[in-house]
Design a protein around this ligand. Structure first.
Ligand code: SAH
Length: 354
């Protein structure tokens, strides 16, 4: 048993089963034994590799889009350049390096990072040691008095989800309980749920639907800031317009494992329901775009060729593989999607369409 499994077992014995969202939140962010509290899971030696770790081209193209958006919106003298869940800080470092190509943009940026893990904050401070970021626990704490230029890559997939199984016009919640000494899934009694009213249209008895309770309020707070003060938010994650079925996924040492395997030592994520992220926002948003198409529109092939000129041997092979990995439909090109928020009446950032 992992230390966290002992804690969870004792808690469930004393107080009864917990929701999948509580299980996720405890496994990822328990202050002592949570996955993100105890490790730096990124890169080839960790459990997973994210787009900024695959290649610097990802952050470079995002940096250029942000700089272009800043010029299109009248070059405000002060802006908040913010990231949700920066992980090791690589994406922000690549954005800032590229931003130097537009010096007035780089000078306008105050860096804000929303990060729940104290341990990862230390890694970010080291990666971004040439700038002075301000860290926040919640999106609500981001500045409200300057334009907001925000990126989030693989942030929403780490937000806890509830899993509900349809039973007539009610929903039974999937819970984590105990059988013998082992954690096991069970179901609550059925109850109606207004957050899933729209899913009575496209589901039948027994279907499993997921929803992320934190996502709508978080998106509203970003959208309000962007509509009032200007800026843009570029969101990248994997998932689809509307999710159906169980997408809770655990990863341990690059392997898919069962969702209840080694709590606190496995990463837990779920597919993102993009429909919910863009529902009823008080600002404009782009279409949901496959990541590969977005990067091709911004010229990733030209950038890849320019970088390739200085590479040979294994480095060149790795670089070609990284380009393919970010863009090819069989790799991250289609399952990963992106969309942008921007002020009502403004043009979408480069790479996006309405
Ligand atoms: N964006 C990075 C890391 C993605 S992993 C990359 O692309 O490599 C998810 C990141 O989000 C981690 O830094 C994690 O600690 C952070 N995170 C997850 N849920 C969070 C929450 N509710 N509040 C703040 N940070 C969170």
């Amino acid at each position: 048993m992992t230390p966290l499994e002992k804690i969870l077992t004792a808690q469930i014995k004393a107080q009864g089963p917990i929701s999948v969202s509580d299980y996720m939140a405890i496994c990822l962010f328990h202050p002592e034994h949570g996955y993100y509290s105890t490790r730096d899971p990124f890169g080839t030696t960790g459990d997973f590799i994210t787009a900024p770790e695959v290649s610097q081209m990802f952050g470079e193209l995002i940096g250029l889009t942000l700089a272009q958006t800043w010029m299109d919106q009248g070059k405000p003298a002060r802006i908040a350049l913010a990231e949700l869940g920066p992980g090791p800080g690589t994406l922000m470092a690549d954005i800032l390096r590229t931003a130097k190509a537009v010096p007035a943009f780089a000078e306008a940026c105050e860096i804000h990072l929303v990060e729940a893990s104290q341990r990862l904050r230390k890694v970010q401070a080291q990666t971004l040691r040439n700038v002075t970021p301000t860290w926040h626990d919640h999106t609500e704490e981001l500045p409200t008095d300057v334009p907001l230029y925000l990126v989030a890559n693989e942030f929403f997939d780490a937000l806890p989800i509830r899993q509900m199984i349809r039973d007539g016009d009610t929903w039974r919640e999937r819970q984590v309980g105990i059988e013998g000494e082992a954690l096991t899934f069970g179901l609550s009694a059925g109850a109606p749920l207004s957050a899933l009213a729209h899913r009575l249209e496209d589901t039948k008895d027994g279907d499993l639907v997921e929803f992320c309770p934190q996502a709508p309020a978080l998106m509203q707070s970003l959208a309000k800031r962007i509509d009032s003060n200007g800026g843009a938010a570029l969101i990248f994650d994997y998932g689809d317009w509307r999710s159906l079925g169980d997408t809770l996924q655990a990863l341990h040492e690059h392997e898919k494992v069962a969702a209840l395997y080694k709590p606190g030592e496995s990463d837990l994520t779920a597919h993102v329901d993009f429909e919910v992220l863009v529902a009823d926002l008080p600002c404009a948003h782009s279409r949901i775009t496959p990541q590969g198409i977005f990067l091709e529109r911004l010229g990733i092939t030209d950038r890849a060729q320019a970088l390739a000129k200085n590479l040979s041997g294994t480095d060149l092979k790795q670089h070609i593989a990284a380009h393919r990995r970010l863009t090819h439909p069989d790799e991250m090109g289609t399952i990963f999607k992106t969309f942008a928020l921007f002020p009502s009446g403004a043009n979408p950032p480069a790479g996006y369409e309405t």
